[in-house]
Ligand binder design. Sequence first.
Ligand SMILES: CC(C)(COP(=O)(O)OP(=O)(O)OC[C@H]1O[C@@H](n2cnc3c(N)ncnc32)[C@H](O)[C@@H]1OP(=O)(O)O)[C@@H](O)C(=O)NCCC(=O)NCCS
Length: 137
Amino acid sequence: MNIKIENSISVDEFLELIESVGWKLYSRKQVEKALKNSMYVVKVLVDNKLAGMGRVVGDYSIVCMLSDICVMPEYQGKGIGKLIVNKLRELIIDNVLDGEKMQIELTPTAGNEIFYQKCGFKYNPDKVTGMYLWVEK
Ligand SMILES: CC(C)(COP(=O)(O)OP(=O)(O)OC[C@H]1O[C@@H](n2cnc3c(N)ncnc32)[C@H](O)[C@@H]1OP(=O)(O)O)[C@@H](O)C(=O)NCCC(=O)NCCS
């Protein structure tokens, strides 16, 4: 497998990836805005074919969040998800200055908890538990 990581993704590629894993689709306009406002975006190509992506949103200083980590079904189980998380983590760490710390948040979907634990994430560090709310119009 020839694996390449790039730091950008098109709206079409984003939509293709989320559709491949059965997530709800957003409008092109909403995706375009989300990508533009992301801290980091990575895309993985395997033999020049789109295989996975992930992104980070945040304030570049104190807190950020991993989002839209996904690998196309045919490429899952080959270490690509972990590669994406590690790359995003590297990009975040590069942004942290000496003496500073930054929190990386993450919401695993059911069934993927062990994957993120294998990527180094922990439950309830410092008694932090997550709460979520979707808003819709
Ligand atoms: C979750 C996902 C990103 C994992 O990517 P992947 O490329 O298949 O995972 P990797 O091959 O890098 O796996 C890394 C490790 O996690 C383990 N792992 C991966 N998915 C797992 C799961 N669902 N449950 C338990 N372990 C899992 C692997 O066995 C591997 O373990 P190892 O390091 O001991 O060999 C991918 O399955 C996916 O895109 N799923 C659909 C979209 C999704 O749900 N994304 C997550 C949203 S929170």
